[in-house]
Design a protein around this ligand. Structure first.
Ligand code: SAM
Length: 231
């Protein structure tokens, strides 16, 4: 008991003194909670090459591009979304160029980017809009498309419930945005097999892989699809 109290006091002192010793190192709050995002970025970065031009479609605040730049050298990163965001910069990271677009036609030339990616966007779109956006992404990509989605082998009752609640939640969140069409249904949550079949049918797709993510993140529905494109 006495030992446990002493240890508790030593740990409290250690924590306070370390905080004071590091008081001039300003770490963004997001770094304290986004370990799983950094782990994902480290895996995604394996599919990029040094110096790649990378486009993130539906980039939000652009934080994933910031994270990627920590794991691959000299990336030139761009992000588009319905509204222009502002990323949380991290020490040593590259700032992305972010902009807004109409949600349909990517304002870039054919094969302008080595890699085009999209994270947790497609399940918010109606099925026809998913197909149209994928065609646009492939058009702008030279070598590869990366898709991070909420997907599992099979949606059981709890996942169906979770997916429905997620759509209700985000429809409410985006309700004020004039460019965002509320979803109301969960038809764009696809199983891994269904995504693989859809992505394999894209023009120029030569191979589609499911890239395992880290094993320590809590949710197993975060799934990375890697689509290689022909020249
Ligand atoms: C769940 S957030 C994901 C944000 C970011 N990709 C991430 O991983 O943190 C979904 C994003 O999709 C965007 N979005 C919705 N419809 C879109 C469209 N047609 N084209 C591009 N982005 C869209 C929303 O504005 C929102 O930023």
């Amino acid at each position: 008991m006495k030992r446990a109290i002493l240890r508790g006091a030593a740990r409290a002192l250690q924590s306070v003194s370390a905080a004071l010793a590091n008081r001039d190192r300003k770490l963004p709050m997001t770094l304290r909670t986004s370990t799983h995002d950094l782990l994902k970025a480290s895996v995604m970065a394996r599919h990029l090459e040094a110096g790649d031009r990378v486009l993130d479609v539906g980039c939000g605040h652009g934080d994933r591009l910031v994270h990627l730049s920590l794991f691959q050298r000299e990336l030139v990163t761009f992000g588009v979304d319905l509204h222009a965001g502002a990323p949380t910069m991290l020490p040593g990271a590259v700032a992305p160029t972010l902009g807004a677009y109409d949600g349909e036609t990517l304002p870039f030339a054919d094969r302008d980017f080595d890699v085009v990616m999209s994270c947790y966007v497609l399940h918010h779109l109606r099925p026809a809009a998913v197909d149209a956006l994928l065609v646009e992404m492939v058009r702008c990509a030279r070598r590869r498309v990366l898709i991070l989605e909420d997907s599992v082998e099979r949606f059981d009752l709890f996942y169906r419930l979770r997916n429905w609640a997620h759509i209700v939640d985000t429809d409410l969140e985006y309700a004020a945005a004039t460019t965002f069409a509320p979803r109301v249904d969960t038809g764009s949550f696809l199983t891994r097999g269904a995504w693989q079949a859809k992505l394999a049918s894209m023009p120029r797709a030569t191979e589609v892989r499911v890239q395992p993510l880290d094993a320590v993140s809590r949710y197993r529905h975060h799934t990375l699809f890697v689509v290689d494109l022909s020249a």
